[in-house]
Design a protein. Structure first.
Length: 499
């Protein structure tokens, strides 16, 4: 079997990476708080550790996101359909308190709902989260008051999830704790955090990534299984992990992770599946039966033709497209000159699912934020992508304001909304292209440029390859026309045991 070289030998523990010293955008932004850190700075002597700073900033930004929803709290959610869109403060949470039977004490999945939706259309663990928030909401007072309290209870629980995400991102790349500021300061993160319950799955996925980085495959699997029980997308991370473990020959670790994920998912789902199958399966049948919806390129096609594609056709075509993307990612995984980092492939598979799916709700950006930070911690590229997502966030609400304002036509017309979708798609594709370039040219990867191999890779970090294809069978070459420190892929030292 061919074998590719791994990380360089080092006799010293490398220093933490300071973004203000290596990233021009971070250095320029630091002028707001006094400028880049100096050479004589006394590091590690203050209470203000990177972890504490990042978590406090994340909570502060989350609070600003709550303030941004204030125009809806006393009006937009309850009076006038379009005002919650013109103020861009819409949230599913207060609407579904009564709409999904929580106000009436109905048990999710077991009790049938009145109206068009006969059962709760969310995965089981998210349904549990919603139900716990309902238990904490007083059942007295007007329905408006109950919905307001329900939103606040959920916001508090989701704030905990946001803090968990910040902690996990800071600790996943041990030498790059300040990259967590990208998550904490992400504007799209703050704007979309309380639209729905996605932060639960994002927090569990971030915790799973942290566990894998610490070489704890069972804990990773259990957390990823729980995340998949809250939202579907985390299960896609098992694909890249399979490919990377194949390339590195880490089959035992992969099987432990897969078994933990399957077991945790079954523990959550099996009781509901057995005793309330119709309610349990609603999430899956609803996903299949749902037509082309907001945010996807399929909607642009459907709204610009006299014969829009059927739901069945879109389901099949979207599945084919995402499978083709997965095949391309698999080829990239096994032929890249250096084994890709786990976070890079995790970002690409989730982004592929988002780009090809028939619906893109604005809160789906939360799925990508932590993975994007771990995959490409470059301030310029991250902020470009975030600007595109903020543009889409405003675009969808202005479009809904236009469609609900009657003859007044306040907001963004259909063709304008199509441009907002295109901006979102192009921004995500841009970040994907940067990640792919880093994989093909490892010396352009800011994580590896600092001398690391795969800090989120756990047992994969520094491991030798045992199976590669194509160009990966040849020694890795440096990126062409690249000026700067070069990474020399070495091998583990068998004499002193150091890296």
């Amino acid at each position: 079997m061919p074998s590719a070289e791994t990380t360089p030998v080092s006799v010293r523990e490398p220093e933490p990476v300071r973004p203000t010293r290596e990233d021009a955008v971070a250095a320029a932004g630091s002028e707001l708080i006094g400028g880049p850190i100096g050479r004589r700075a006394l590091l590690g002597t203050s209470w203000w550790t990177p972890l504490r700073v990042v978590v406090l900033v994340a909570i502060g930004m989350f609070a600003l996101g709550l303030i941004q929803k204030a125009p809806c709290y006393n009006g937009g959610w309850f009076f006038g359909a379009s005002s919650q869109y013109t103020h861009a403060c819409y949230s599913d949470i207060p609407h579904l308190y009564q709409g999904r039977g929580f106000a009436d004490g109905l048990v999710p999945y077991f009790d049938k709902l009145p109206g068009d939706m006969d059962y709760l259309e969310y995965p089981v663990l998210t349904g549990v989260f919603m139900e716990v928030a309902a238990w904490l909401t007083p059942g007295s007072g007007s329905i408006q008051l109950q919905e307001q309290v329900y939103w606040f209870v959920n916001a508090g629980m989701l704030m905990v999830c946001a803090a968990v995400i910040a902690v996990c991102v800071v600790r996943t790349h041990r030498r790059r704790p300040w990259d967590g500021l990208l998550v904490a300061l992400a504007p799209a993160f703050a704007l979309t955090a309380t639209i729905n319950w996605d932060l639960l799955a994002v927090a569990l996925t971030a915790a799973a990534m942290l566990m894998w980085s610490r070489s704890r495959p069972l804990a990773f699997g259990v957390l990823l299984g729980l995340a998949t029980a809250a939202k579907l997308y985390p299960v896609f991370l098992l694909g890249p992990l399979f490919l990377l473990c194949w390339r590195a020959g880490k089959w035992r670790e992969f099987l432990v992770a897969f078994g933990g994920a399957a077991g945790a998912w079954l523990v959550v789902n099996l009781p509901v599946m057995i005793f309330a199958f119709d309610g349990w399966s609603k999430f899956y049948t609803f996903s299949q039966e749902r037509g082309v919806d907001f945010g996807s390129f399929w909607l642009i096609w459907a709204q610009n033709t006299t014969t829009p594609p059927s739901t069945g056709f879109v389901n099949n075509a979207a599945m084919i497209l995402v499978l083709l993307c997965f095949v391309g990612i698999a080829a990239l995984s096994l032929t890249a000159p250096r084994r890709p980092r786990f976070a890079q492939l995790a970002f690409l598979v989730v982004a592929a699912f988002i780009l090809t799916n028939k619906v893109y709700s604005p809160q789906y950006v939360l799925w990508l934020v932590p993975l994007a930070v771990l995959a490409r911690p470059k301030w310029r590229d991250f902020l470009i992508w975030q600007a595109c997502e903020v543009a889409y966030f405003l675009g969808i609400w202005m479009y809904l304001a236009y469609t609900t304002s009657g003859d007044a036509h306040k907001g963004l017309p259909t063709h304008g909304y199509h441009w907002a979708i295109a901006v979102h798609l192009l921004g995500t594709l841009y970040l994907c292209a940067m990640v792919v370039r880093d994989i093909l040219m490892p010396e352009r990867d800011v994580v590896r440029r600092s001398g690391d191999d795969d800090p989120s890779g756990g047992v994969l970090d520094g491991a030798e390859d045992v199976f590669v294809l194509g160009g990966a069978t040849r020694p890795p070459r440096h990126a062409a026309h690249f000026e700067g420190p070069q990474v020399e892929w070495g091998s583990r030292s068998s004499e002193d045991g150091s890296l």
